[in-house]
Design a binder for this molecule. Sequence first.
Ligand code: F6P
Length: 525
Amino acid sequence: MQAPMPTAFESPLVVVSNRGPVSFLRGADGTLVGERGSGGLVTALAGVLFESDATWLAAAMTDADREVAATGRSIEVEPAGRAAFVDIDPARYDGYYNGIANRVLWLMHHYLFDLAYLPAWDMETRQIWNDYREVNQTFAKALDAERDRDPVYLVQDYQLSLVPQMLREMQPGARIAHFTHTPFSGPTYLRLLPVGMREELLRGLLGADILGFQSERWAENFLLSVRDTLRDVRVDVRRKRIDIDGRRVLVRAYPIALDPGPLRRTSGSAEVKQLRRELGAWRGDAKLLLRVDRLELSKNIVRGFHAYDSFLVEHPEWRGKVKFLSILPRSRTEIPEYQTYAERSLEAAAAVNRRHGGEGWTPLEVRTEEDYLGAVAAYGLYDTMLVNPIFDGMNLVSMEGPLVNKRHGALALSVNAGAYGRLGRHAIALNPFDVAETAEAIHTGLTMPEEERTRRARGLMRSVLASSPTRWLTAQLRDLDTVRGVARRQREVLEDGPLGFNGESAALDEFDGGLHRGDADDERD
Ligand code: F6P
């Protein structure tokens, strides 16, 4: 008799993303020194995946990563995971990453093309699409090399859209989930792509058994895009599934969540406490308005600065009484659109200071260096945090801030951030294109009565803690078993095991106590 297929819960996990959870450098003494990878995906997933005995493959970013890749081995990552690297030809990587991933797919999924002029596809587009295809193929081969362990493959994000179908062709029986961390643009906008690219992109994703998105809105956009583009597949929008090549694909929302533990530990560290003291001294008696974002187009930084300018015009009584700290590490600096956007953002910031500053008061400070600890320190002290992305898959900053803020700070949040679904009712909603409304949201946040601030801050924290990265992963594995027909009873027994939900209520209890502990901590600071 043939052995039953193991459940997803008892199978090894192989994760793949472009940027990995760790990257290596050679220390002065020649030893390998690991550094945590940056970005929302890593922040959200590293904990749960490495606790779950996963192997995580990513592109080699440094010479030391390439050395590791050359050994063909993986490296242990605490507490229970392994990291491995895929060495990609630098010439191909440029077309794949800077070209297609960041100039085409990122701009498309966030609706950022300047449509009067761009896109204008040319022969170079075809070439870089070929690079994208080749690099996706390299990743798929690296995943296929794991086939003897019969793992569950968890493919992450828009850089690797073609991997599921490529892997499916290598291993027709593979169990594959793909998760998109960005928005997914809808059928009309997707029609901007050359028709061949559009079809290849959708078919590439449809190689998976499960397609995960951050919100229902993006999942529905995917379903409608497939219905609009591919004639030979059956799309059931209501049941959120697609039948293709005799297989069923589930298209679902699995909103990602934060693991509160590491962030709270960082926030409570001696280094962050010191940074908080310094920041407190810099702020003085003023209220603190904060934003923390990568310096990048989808974050809507220019309109955010215009809104602050408008707030100061409409409410001159706030002159000298508020400071806007914008922590905006530079991102994707090799790409012209991103360079131009960074320049325009900094110009808009300078204009605010020229127009309103003086008499010892600088209304806006922009910090463009990478400074995670500085950001965590600032989370502790804001009175209002502005999160106004044009569109955003989820937005983890809007969850991190409320988790460690010590002043019952208000959150002014774009309705186009995936996080709005979870946090919206406790936040001050804003349309990211409405500068006047954003200015008013800043004012509402800064003048909100203490009782309301406290109620909303507690609501935000509860909403952040109501989910967890474990739940994100478990829901996908459960659906993978469902779509592959693995016995329900066997699964239920296993779900009580290491990936069960048992830790969550404890986390909430800890939070309720934590708010008070945080306040005390602030006084000590
Ligand atoms: O938002 C999705 C995401 O993959 C994040 O993890 C990350 O912040 C970003 O996109 C990719 O950034 P980078 O191009 O710097 O790797």
